[in-house]
Design a protein around this ligand. Sequence first.
Ligand code: UDP
Ligand code: MG
Length: 313
Amino acid sequence: MHESNNHYVSVIIPIYNEYEGIPYLVDNLNAFFGEHPALRPEVIFVNDGSKDGSAERLQEMHHITYKAKIISLSRNFGSHAALRAGISISDADLVCFNYADLQDPLELILQMEEKTKAGNEIVWAHRESTKTSFGEKSFSALYAYLMKKFAFSNFPEKGFDIVMFNRKVANQVKHNVEANSSIFLQILGMGFRQTSISYKKQERKSGVSKWTLSKKIKLFIDSFVAFSYAPIRMVTIIGILMFIFGFLWTIYIVTRKLVYHDLASGWPALMSILTIGFGITNISLGIIAEYLWRTLDASRKRPVFIIDKIVEL
Ligand code: UDP
Ligand code: MG
């Protein structure tokens, strides 16, 4: 069934100001691929606008056991864009991601490759536990919860950083470069045969996390706006609830007036007008937003369907 066990694997590593960690990274890559030459590895380093000479240092290093490519982006675009850039120049059978700080073990490459041999086209590596600060933990937990609830029912609880996929998937990502959107969610939403393994994320050996809070917030909003109707629907639902409340309230005060003749003048009528008015305004906003969402969705040119394969007899 499988033409060869020697897949040609691209490992894409985004690099942003990782100067001090580069020797450790390269040593580990050399050692790892030295032990597993069957992978026929290519490492694509994507220098995401580093300002500390990371790219120069990478070039000075000896990449012995794998083919190395270093591409540099014109400025800092964020790791998702960097991963896309890496995919755009890869033509390997299998593509996977890893990161400069090696918090995610290289052994995952072997485990994920094993799963692709079993016929899986996308293999996720889920984090088991993370020793992060409380703030970071609650942020990613909230993100995962909201994404699972409102956008993807198959969203993993602990989030994901590492994935391997085959050429078919890589070509899809290549041909459908979405701006301001999470590459992981794009792949997750593609379908195909997907599976996952889990692992423990290590502590960073040097340097600090390059994911600032503002980058995280941008990703959070991007993911939501790009993949979920939920915020728009919420506007409409609040509108409908206010309208219903206003309507019932109006019936109540009119009966009060007609039957019991004890209605206070002024505020009850005002409240009636306000809630019905706000209700109608919110419903209208929701309708406009629905149109906007559709235009936005169309302008993203995300395919309405993806054909996996066609069998000709
Ligand atoms: N990174 C990047 N561009 C950025 C931020 C990060 O290319 O704007 C890279 C970084 O060099 C690293 C990877 O993305 O290789 C993951 O970043 P980091 O380890 O800081 O994230 P964390 O592990 O804290 O989620
Ligand atoms: Mg890291």
